[in-house]
Write a protein that binds this ligand. Structure first.
Ligand SMILES: [Zn+2]
Length: 391
């Protein structure tokens, strides 16, 4: 996960590094206990919030919840055994879930054993009598991590350790099918440089070819990705025919989940390669803006899946550009990049059949490749809107 935060010419980048974690028996027990405790806090607070609202039409704020923690610890002493920071972070998460609910309409759900099994703890640094105390310590050389209450544990997994720098913000400990992981979030500060772009690329996004550049390069959608996409579509069809909540219904649901995971991995691999190549070769990267529709009907599944790929490409191009101090720009959604002839600038309004791979301009008679033509137009449109970069 990467996030940005600008202030002046300094930019803060947040990046998470995930490792496999090797806790011993006692440490495993404590992690499991912490997972259970955070779930307990989450559910208890959710229940209390709902009760207060039902009975008094009052909302409970997260700081009110935090204040109740000591009392809860008295009632349930086992809560004292686990990392207290993890408990308060859970309360903040619940608060955020309610905040997001107004926007996403996803009402916070009670957590059970099958919910996402993880907890987060924040980094704290104390200096006492010239001694530095830190609750999270990552030792890259010896491949160990120290976490609150857990002490030292072996880690494995992330190879490009030279990348890891900056200051630790928090750590998320998770358990997936009896394996333990830790994801450490770092904050890095980089100074933004204003480079004048020397190489500029326009990018058109598609289905058969995922990416088409204004240089005429095409990156096709890999067959194995389409294979997974089709499998999901078929499973969805099956699912709709099964009786809801029956044994088979869950069986297919699980299969869909598994295939999604495979699809995501395959897609990420391909997309990372494409975006890496484009960003390292260009200084100004211009793309279209695609609107992601929510999945409304099953028959829109394929559109939904390909949109997901395309929005991931845009997301990666954007953060990799920032990461490397390059420029990134998205043109307006309504810019008619596929109708304009990149040769003479004439708008071919009569051009309706967007499935045609090639078309001839009614004014200059130039034969245009649909996608490359669009990519060139996108490049020009981005260039016109970014002339300030060249001064
Ligand atoms: Zn023309």
């Amino acid at each position: 996960m990467i996030k940005f935060n600008h202030s002046g010419d300094k930019m803060k980048i947040y990046k998470a590094y995930k490792f496999r974690l090797y806790p011993n028996k006692i440490q495993q027990e404590l992690i499991n206990k912490t997972l259970g405790s955070t779930r307990f806090i989450y559910n208890t607070m959710l229940y209390e919030k709902e009760k207060l609202y039902k009975e008094n039409k009052m909302t409970k704020q997260k700081f009110d919840c935090i204040k109740e923690l000591p009392l809860l610890k008295q009632t349930y002493p086992w809560l004292m055994e686990v990392d207290s920071m993890a408990l308060s972070t859970t309360i903040f998460d619940l608060g955020n879930a309610f905040k997001n609910f107004h926007r996403t309409k996803n009402y916070p759900k009670y957590k059970d054993k099958y919910s996402k099994n993880s907890y987060r703890t924040n980094y704290i640094k104390n200096i006492y009598k010239n001694k530095v105390y830190e609750n999270i310590k990552l030792d890259i050389i010896n491949k160990t991590i120290t976490l609150p209450k857990l002490k030292n544990m072996k880690i494995r997994g992330y190879r490009k350790t030279k990348e890891i720098k900056g200051r630790i913000i928090n750590a998320t400990i998770s358990k997936e099918t009896n394996k333990y992981y830790v994801s450490v979030l770092y904050e890095q500060e980089i100074k933004e440089k204003n480079i004048i772009p020397k190489t500029i690329v326009g990018i058109d996004l598609g289905v058969k070819d995922l990416v088409i550049t204004s240089f005429g390069e095409k990156y096709e959608n890999k067959k194995y990705i389409t294979k997974y996409e089709n499998k999901i579509k078929n499973l969805q069809k099956w699912l709709s025919k099964k009786e809801k909540y029956s044994k088979n219904y869950y069986k297919i649901k699980n299969k869909i989940k598994e295939t999604y995971k495979k699809l995501k991995n395959a897609r990420n691999y391909t997309i990372h390669k494409i975006t890496k190549e484009i960003v390292s070769a260009n200084d100004l990267i211009i793309t279209e803006t695609i609107q992601i529709k929510k999945l409304i009907e099953k028959k829109e599944m394929s559109k939904y899946l390909s949109d997901a790929s395309l929005s991931e490409i845009i997301r990666q191009l954007e953060y990799k550009s920032k990461w490397q101090n390059k420029h990134f720009y998205q043109i307006d959604t309504y810019y008619p990049s596929s109708q304009i002839c990149s040769h003479c600038n004439n708008k071919n309004k009569e051009l309706k059949d967007l499935n045609k791979r090639k078309w001839t301009c009614s004014k200059c008679n130039n034969e245009n490749d649909r996608d490359i033509n669009a990519a060139i137009n996108i490049m020009w449109e981005g260039l016109i809107n970014n002339t300030k970069l060249f001064t």
